[in-house]
Design a protein around this ligand. Structure first.
Ligand SMILES: [Zn+2]
Length: 354
């Protein structure tokens, strides 16, 4: 087994996975967009420069809710995205700042610190120049992550498994543990046409430490893919980080959801700024977590759309009691819906009339 930059007061990712499940909250883009600090569209995390306190706050909320990992918010903080918005000069400061903010919260809380690289959106198997560009993008971001003393690096949301393999290679070159997750789009296969089980097996063969799926699919449409992945990868821990939206077999991804109750959507579809009516409740997240654990998943999380109450529900379903569990609901003393004998008789029983 390779690597791990384990500091004396914490256990590295692989040791933690050997002793039980790990939770990693993701979904920073969507949550900071909802809070009014990040623009939908380009979805570049400029918030790490403009409102660093808001990023730190969300890191803390996710840890409070049960995340074992603080993931540096460098999703889409890569050279291609910054080129698109004309701010390539911000690339390095943005990455270093995101790592520093996450590091601060990880150090305070004892959570693991993860670096992050992601889909570049320019992958083309037949374009050697694009591949070279991608290799350089991964190398520079992972280099900054290594200098930021991350415990491991997450490579995520890849449509092309070959691009994921490139990310893995770059992470291995930095001698860091890797979590590599693919985004399962509508077709049910990667852009190369590999099944997700096949893609994950190839990633494991290439040395990935954790493999699986993130983003795009909600719990109901990610779950059916997990059995085959678990079966394909032997002892390697499998990751599942769905988006917390009610996707269906007919509309298996959050991009494909349609809202029959509202026809005024700019762009015609709920994705990405009008997905509110489809948000899973916390109990659905718990159900998914239990089912995924039974399927053999060991690395859990939620992606775009996740809020702290979802993360807490996931952690609790895994038997954890994060600090936020102090405030988990107890309706027994609710004025109208409760059953506690201390409730005045005029209060009890009103629930059925509400
Ligand atoms: Zn996502």
């Amino acid at each position: 087994m390779p690597h791990t930059a384990v500091s004396d007061h914490r256990l590295g990712l692989l040791q933690r996975l050997a002793s039980g499940p790990v939770v990693c909250a993701e979904g920073y883009l969507f949550e900071l967009e909802r809070r009014g600090y990040l623009q939908a569209g380009a979805f570049v995390p400029e918030v790490v420069m403009e409102h660093p306190d808001k990023v730190v706050q969300l890191h803390r909320e996710f840890v409070h809710a049960g995340s074992d990992v603080v993931e540096a918010f460098t999703y889409y903080a890569h050279r291609e995205k910054l080129r698109v918005i004309g701010k390539e000069d911000l690339l390095e400061p943005m990455n270093r700042q995101a790592l520093a903010l996450a590091s601060q919260v990880a150090a305070d809380s004892g959570a693991l610190l993860a670096g992050n690289v992601c889909n570049t959106n320019i992958y083309d198997h037949d374009d050697a120049q694009a591949r070279r560009q991608i290799g350089a993008m991964f190398a520079e971001q992972i280099g900054w992550a290594a200098e930021g003393r991350v415990d491991f690096v997450i490579g995520e949301t890849f449509w092309f498994a070959e691009e994921a393999l490139m990310a893995l290679e770059a992470i291995q070159r930095a001698a860091l543990p890797s979590v590599i997750t693919l985004a399962a789009h509508r077709s049910g296969v990667t852009r190369e046409g590999w099944t997700y089980a096949e893609a994950c097996r190839r990633l494991v063969d290439a040395g990935a430490d954790v493999v699986g799926l993130n983003c795009t699919r909600g719990p109901a449409t990610m779950l059916p893919l997990l059995d085959d992945i678990v079966a394909a990868v032997g002892d390697t821990p499998v990751a599942a980080l769905p988006v917390p939206y009610r996707t269906t077999p007919a509309e298996p991804t959050f991009q494909s959801l349609r809202d029959p109750h509202y026809d005024g959507l700019p762009g015609g579809v709920p994705f990405p700024t009008a997905l509110d009516p489809f948000v899973c409740n916390r109990y659905e997240i718990a159900d998914f977590t239990i089912a995924a654990r039974e399927a053999g998943v060991r690395y859990f999380g939620l992606c775009c759309g996740a809020a702290p109450h979802h993360v807490r529900s996931m952690a609790e379903a895994l038997g954890m009691a994060p600090p936020a569990s102090r405030y988990s609901s107890d309706m027994s003393k609710h004025a109208f819906l409760g059953s506690d004998t201390a409730l005045a008789p005029q209060e009890a029983g009103i629930g059925s009339k509400l």
